[in-house]
Design a protein around this ligand. Structure first.
Ligand code: MN
Length: 503
């Protein structure tokens, strides 16, 4: 359900008429070549489209308005091959509603020492042309990414590709719908927030439904759909014997399949990209949806438990950023600790809802039915597996009252010290960077949630670019974090974001 191919980014070059038509033709040719190279780069998940060179304020404004209304355009790459007087950009950039990245590069890699003359100098003058453009971006206080280096270099293409993934997720959020089945878990604070402000700032809308609306969709499922879903379970998973055809719990497998079909039909017919559930509101549903949620996440839906719509939307955004990359993205919760001399670890899991996209490759997840100690419903189906190992990131967005904050922690997922034969849920064990003592203290000072969106594919750089597009604070906990400096940074950021509204 996530297709980045629908998106494109526009390659926009600024210049002026001073140089005459011959130079402008060369500028256009060079720009076409760079746009094509970026489009073909392995780092670019989407098409890069060359746009005619801009030389007047009118042309710039028209291009920016066109970008605003072009549904598949997720943003602009801007570059000043020659000098483009930046007052020409004020009207256009002020109107531009899409993100942009400023590529500070030069068509020619090296100075041709023997041949360089003033014609060469006048063509290859991004060194100062881009500074003029940079000034107006800063003068207008515009959020943008600046990428510096030679356009053929792998690192430059990688940085632009990261930005394009973040911009794709940002485009995906605009007009997105999140369905909430039931409200928030009662008394829980961090999963709450201002949905109106979220829509103003992030572009997605949160729709509330009574769980009865979902129950109707479950009751409307056909036998054919349910049988097909049960067959998919048998094909894809290591299904417990009691759940198989003829097993004593086989009716529960059927019930779980009906719930998944009903949820899929509901979400598809309403064109939703993410959803939440809550175990406190399940009237009419036989089981808390576990397996269904795991499989819907695998297919690209965002999810948050206990009514957590902010994490649900973030899981969806990170799924878009990660589309086509190895790794995965899941809803996650810091569940329990392992304090030990070999490094303090976090066991991450949830009651049921961990996405199989983060499972250790090669092993079929186990599909089982086991009691759930809370919720007071029938035993739910769930997939049980160990998560993949390696570096990962956990991120959450909190409503701090006046504004939103995103906090993230880089972690290293490791094998469990021993098998966990009695643990009935999917799980990941990790060492937070720099260590649990620092990471957990910093996380708690930042007010970070217990729920996160957890990924092996998304990096801090993706999240940073994304937070800049959203205009929210991004604060990272990694190997360089020191608690006291971190707390100081939180305080300064509080001041900055308070003042920023007025400047
Ligand atoms: Mn939870």
């Amino acid at each position: 359900m996530i297709d980045l191919k629908q998106y494109e980014v526009w390659f926009v070059t600024g210049s002026q008429h001073l140089y005459g038509p011959k130079t402008l033709e060369q500028v256009a040719e060079h720009s076409k070549e760079i746009a094509a190279a970026l489009s073909a780069s392995k780092h670019f998940p989407i098409q890069v489209v060359f746009k005619p060179v801009l030389t007047t304020p009118n042309a710039i404004s028209e291009l920016c308005l066109e970008a605003n209304s072009a549904k598949n355009c997720i943003g602009l790459i801007t570059w000043m091959h020659t000098f483009s007087p930046a007052k020409m950009w004020i009207a256009g950039l002020t109107m531009l509603k899409k993100p942009f990245v400023h590529l500070h590069t030069q068509y020619n890699r090296e100075i041709p020492w023997d041949e360089i003359d003033m014609d060469f100098m006048n063509l290859n003058q991004a060194a100062h042309g881009d500074r003029e453009f940079g000034f107006i971006g800063s003068r207008l206080r515009l959020e943008r990414k600046v990428v510096v280096g030679y356009w053929q270099d792998d690192e430059v293409q990688r940085e632009l590709g990261v930005w394009a993934r973040a911009a794709s997720a940002w485009a995906d959020w605009q007009g997105a719908k999140v369905a909430r089945f039931g409200d928030n878990m009662r008394d829980v604070a961090v999963t709450e927030g201002d949905k109106v402000q979220a829509q103003i700032q992030f572009g997605y809308d949160v729709y509330g439904y009574g769980v009865g609306d979902l129950v109707r969709a479950v009751n409307d499922t056909s036998n054919a759909e349910t049988n097909q879903m049960m067959q998919a379970y048998l094909d894809e998973y290591d299904v417990a014997a009691v759940l198989r055809l003829g097993g004593e719990r086989n009716p529960s497998l059927r019930e779980g399949a009906r719930i998944e079909v009903g949820m899929r039909n509901f979400l598809a017919s309403g064109n939703f990209k993410a959803f939440t559930t809550t175990f406190e509101d399940l009237h009419g549903l036989a089981q808390l949806p576990g397996l269904a949620v795991q499989r819907l996440m695998r297919d690209g839906y965002g999810f948050g438990a206990e009514g957590d719509w902010k994490t649900s939307a973030l899981v969806r955004a990170m799924k878009v950023m990660a589309a086509g990359l190895p790794g995965g993205v899941s809803f996650m919760e810091d569940y329990t600790y392992h304090f030990s001399a070999n490094g303090d670890k976090v066991l991450g899991a949830h009651m049921l809802e961990i996405c199989e996209s983060i499972a250790k490759p090669g092993a079929k997840p186990k599909l089982d039915i086991l009691p759930l100690s809370i919720g007071g419903k029938a035993d739910p189906l769930r997939l049980i597996f160990d998560a993949n190992t390696g570096p990962a990131i956990g991120a959450s967005i909190m409503d701090m009252g006046q504004r939103f904050r995103m906090v993230a922690n880089i972690v290293d997922v490791v094998p469990t010290d021993q098998p966990l034969p009695k643990l009935p849920v999917a799980r990941a064990l990790w060492l937070p960077r720099p260590n649990l003592k620092t990471a957990a203290a910093a996380w708690i000072y930042a007010g970070g949630a217990h729920h996160t969106s957890f990924s092996y594919a998304v990096t801090a750089e993706h999240l940073h670019d994304f937070a800049e597009m959203a205009g929210i604070e991004f604060i990272l906990i990694d190997e360089k974090t020191r608690v006291h400096e971190f707390v100081e940074k939180l305080r300064w950021n509080d001041l900055y974001y308070h003042l920023f509204k007025g400047i």
